[in-house]
Design a protein around this ligand. Structure first.
Ligand code: AMP
Length: 425
């Protein structure tokens, strides 16, 4: 044997069968809840032209500046593994002219994202997001409904979380506020960390993301964008809050919440959970009315959110998955080669008619096969030996109550069907 190449790359991991049940239950629930709100699924490629992300997310962001998996492909084209999916969804919307005929388009996606981030609890370099986007409306009720969708989904998974909201203004009011912010920051430049000194000039809003302790006293005293909104943005924010109130959704106003991506305007929100530790954000979202134009499309307002599936799964109790775990309805135990062939034959027929069956390729003694049946939590065991083959009658044992009786193959099938019907009720 050569060198064992048995390690994932740093920050990457396998999701093994024993934990996948929780992932499936979250994904399945998301599909059901999103459908209730009218979102349709979209699947876009995980790899796109680098320019798509550079232009839409913003060159000054950590994502574009430090975290993207970017390389040249065989055609010497610069390509990037998607660090998030909003840019891809809006690209797909434009490429497929979904805006044709006007109207509102609601889409959702589930899939892996890639960011070369520092490794820590709750952060992976390949992680999964469930996200939703509404394109074609700037109505504040759409913002409130987007938030409601995310919260209802979390609620349905039994997760308690808090909603934080802010407005980050628009192309009309933000530049003036940014000037003010820059002036304030310049007063304290020598005391700020290197990143903040750079951000002060390039994209001052981003200083609110700084976690460096010594910067905090200065950041605390900076003016808030929500106090410098233009009339339209202020009205949009206040209507959005009324819609939330009407929907009975509690929120906290978070004036320092600015989000990491450049394309956000007006509504910005996060849903956080105290149970997650330092990486406490479960959901991040907001409005991006200018994004379509940045990508060369017509003016199409839009908004969306992305929910971190890895973090959601961390919050789900282990036993939530038990109902999802695979288990055979029938385990076929056999003795000898002719019985093995019969077991395969019976299992093939039952599987084709929808029953989950299992037999062991490595079968040893009857005892070891029964041990495996128990381990797999099989509901029934069918015993196929020489005698049974001759009589074409088999003994079946219920592992639930240890009852044992004899069946013909057609009785076996009717019995399994009745059991399956009982479960479906
Ligand atoms: P963002 O796209 O940065 O707004 O992130 C949206 C959500 O995705 C966050 O609230 C997290 O739940 C999740 N997320 C972002 N980055 C990571 C990561 N590196 N590892 C795991 N989850 C992440």
């Amino acid at each position: 044997m050569g060198e064992l190449l048995a390690n994932t790359l740093p920050g990457m991991r396998d999701l093994l069968p024993e934990e996948i049940a929780r992932w499936q239950s979250a994904e399945d629930r998301a599909r059901r809840i999103f459908a209730r709100y009218g979102f349709l699924e979209i699947r876009t490629p995980v790899i796109e032209a680098t320019e798509l992300f550079a232009r839409s997310i913003g060159a000054e962001t950590d994502i574009v500046g430090k975290e993207m998996y970017t390389f040249r492909d065989q055609s010497d084209r610069s390509v990037t593994l998607r660090p998030e999916a909003t840019a891809s969804v809006v690209r797909a919307y434009l490429q497929n002219t979904m805006y044709r005929g006007g109207g509102v388009t609601k889409l959702y996606y589930i899939g892996p994202m890639f960011r070369h981030e520092k490794k820590q609890k709750g952060r992976w370099r390949q992680f999964y997001q469930i996200g939703a986007e509404t394109l074609g409306t700037d109505h504040p009720a759409a913002d409130a409904e987007m938030i409601e969708t995310a919260l209802r989904f979390l609620e349905s998974m039994g997760i308690k979380a808090e909603l934080l909201i802010n407005s980050v203004g628009c192309a009309d009011c933000r530049p003036q506020y940014m000037d003010l912010l820059r002036q304030e920051l310049r007063k304290h430049l020598p005391a700020l960390c290197e990143d903040c000194r750079r951000r002060a000039e390039t994209n001052s809003l981003r200083v609110f993301d700084c976690k460096v302790e010594s910067c905090q006293p200065y950041i605390q005293k900076l003016p808030f964008i929500a106090d410098h909104l233009c009339g339209d943005c202020a009205e949009h924010f206040s209507s959005m809050k009324s819609c939330l109130q009407e929907a009975g959704i509690a929120y906290e106003f978070a004036p320092r919440l600015v989000r990491g991506l450049d394309y956000y305007v007006r509504t910005a929100f996060e849903i956080v959970s105290g149970e997650l530790g330092s990486q406490n954000a479960l959901v991040g979202g907001g409005r991006y009315d200018g994004l379509s134009e940045v990508l060369g499309g017509p003016r199409v307002p839009g908004l969306g959110f992305a929910l971190g599936l890895d973090r959601l799964v961390m919050l789900l109790p282990e036993d939530q998955s038990s109902g999802w775990q695979w288990k055979p309805e029938l385990f076929l135990a056999y003795m000898g080669e002719p019985a093995f062939r019969k077991a395969q034959d019976i299992a093939r027929g039952l599987r084709q008619r929808g029953h989950a069956c299992y037999y062991d390729f490595l079968a040893g003694s009857l005892k070891s096969q029964l041990r495996l049946a128990n381990k797999l939590r099989a509901e029934h065991v069918l015993i196929i030996g020489k005698d049974e083959l001759e009589r074409d009658r088999y003994s079946i044992k219920s592992l639930k109550d240890s009852r044992q009786w004899e069946v013909t193959l057609s009785e076996l099938e009717s019995y399994l069907q009745a059991q399956a019907k009982g479960r479906a009720v």
